[in-house]
Design a protein around this ligand. Structure first.
Ligand code: PLZ
Length: 443
């Protein structure tokens, strides 16, 4: 089924059918599970989401950076249909199958570095992060894990501990896993002494705090998102990541890159740490890996991955055959259709227009990101005081016009853009026109 690549509003947003479904949701689904935009989806493809009222929305969210190859991408659909008809599950730990091995081979080949690698597959990003920590602890015989301000690593107990933001992710859900320590992120826009000092000072603070408050000899891993996702698309100051990685190597600490949001062509490279020339010891992936099916992975140095005893890693569904078939088709699509190139093209279309907004509106404090992972940080004009109310209002204005936008940031003041990499330039421009109009309406 192909979805017409055009925006179309047939009702107000959300329309009557969506509103009726949303009432059912309220009565049936736990209220802790929130909704960004309560239009109920009937089908989706390319850069368009069609709701149950027949509205066609432009997708600048990709289901939070998942449908990188487009929704219901043709190769993914075909591979999933064939696999689901052949067999749906055996459990890879019981009777294995080729798809899992082939995904591991692809990950070992595509992730940064030419060293010998191994991979293990899981169901969700949080589960991949949990397993990266298990592997790092086993390999080093140490316990402490260092994470950064504004980090997001998931909603399970250990990954809540690694995640920085209290509301809505952690508040009331403690106690959290122990041996997790937090250090400042090299966040150029908010660095107290200015962006030009950010990399040097943040690195010095990192070293000092890990040394004094944790101890290198106790530190199993440092985990970092090469571009922070939920934390507000914070791009670490240039050079910071490489220095942290080098320092970790010098102290026998496992450097883990969480590329769950930034990976798989999203930033114009296969992985965001490539831009900084960083080769992580372990890398966690999920989201974009399988065109919408749940799959996640840890990939890393063979000697670290293989430090764990046989039977120490796994799970019933990890590397499910249908998800693996989807991943192989999604990766083939990224390679055959040069989706890294597509992400760069999206950046060259979007970034100048976001920068033009910054020139026109004092409320745009910062424009940042790479590839098709771009954001604007909104502040009270003339200050750096976060403006979450304006952010929510702009996002709602976009939603009313049929543009799916997401917010992010520790202070809730970042509008982020994550279009599928197969979106057409016309839809991209139309989405940006809607954003322009939203700003004009709130000036
Ligand atoms: N690491 C870098 O971005 C998931 C969270 C949505 P899961 N981000 C979207 C929400 O509000 O729950 C994410 C991420 C990074 C880990 C995760 C966790 O991935 O697949 O959601 O578990």
């Amino acid at each position: 089924m192909t979805v017409e690549q055009r925006r179309l509003l047939t009702t107000e947003i959300p329309g009557p059918r969506s509103r009726a479904l949303h009432e059912r949701k309220g009565a049936a689904v736990a209220s802790g599970v929130g909704t960004t935009l309560p239009v109920y989806v009937e089908r989706a493809g390319g850069g368009v989401v069609v709701d149950v009222d027949g509205n066609q929305l432009i997708d600048f969210g990709s289901g939070i950076a998942v449908t990188t190859v487009g929704n219901a991408a043709p190769r993914v659909v075909e591979a999933v249909q064939a696999q689901v008809a052949a067999f749906t599950h055996t459990c890879f730990m019981v009777t294995p199958y080729e798809g899992y091995v082939a995904v591991a081979e692809k990950l070992n080949e595509l992730t940064p570095g030419t060293h010998d690698k191994r991979s293990a597959l899981f169901n969700s990003g949080a589960e991949a992060v949990e397993n990266a920590v298990k592997i790092a602890r086993h390999h080093t015989g140490r316990q402490a894990v260092v994470a950064f301000d504004h980090a997001y690593h998931g909603r399970t107990n250990l990954t809540m501990a690694l995640t920085a933001k209290s509301m809505p992710y952690k508040s009331g859900f403690g106690p959290f896993a122990g041996e997790v320590y937090r250090v400042p992120m090299a966040y150029p826009y908010r660095w107290p002494t200015g962006p030009e000092n950010c990399a040097d000072e943040a690195f010095a603070t990192f070293v000092e705090q890990v040394h004094a408050q944790v101890g290198e000899q106790n530190t199993a891993a440092v985990i970092v998102e090469p571009i922070q996702g939920e934390g507000g698309f914070v791009v670490p100051a240039p050079g910071f990541l490489a220095r942290v990685a080098e320092w970790c190597a010098a102290h026998g600490i496992v450097f883990v890159a969480d590329e769950i949001q930034s990976g798989f062509c999203r930033t114009g490279d296969w992985f965001a740490c490539e831009f900084e020339g960083v080769v992580p010891d372990l890398i966690t992936t999920a989201k974009g890996i399988a065109g919408g099916l749940p799959l996640a992975a840890v990939t890393g140095r063979a000697e670290m991955m293989d430090a764990v005893h046989t039977g120490g890693l796994g799970g019933t569904y990890g590397g499910n055959p249908v998800a693996c078939a989807a991943a192989l088709a999604a990766i083939e699509t990224m390679q055959a259709d040069d989706l890294c190139g597509a992400a760069k093209r999206i950046e060259s279309t979007m970034l100048p227009r976001l920068q033009a907004l910054a020139e026109k509106y004092g409320s745009v404090g910062d424009v940042r990101g790479r590839g098709a992972m771009l954001a604007v940080e909104l502040v009270e004009p003339g200050t750096s005081t976060p403006d979450p109310a304006l952010t929510a209002a702009l996002s709602a204005a976009c939603h009313r016009e049929g543009l799916i936008t997401l917010t992010a940031g520790t202070y809730g003041n970042v509008l982020r853009f994550l279009p599928p990499l197969v979106i057409g330039d016309d839809l991209l421009h139309e989405g940006l026109d809607i954003l322009d109009a939203a700003f004009a309406g709130h000036a």
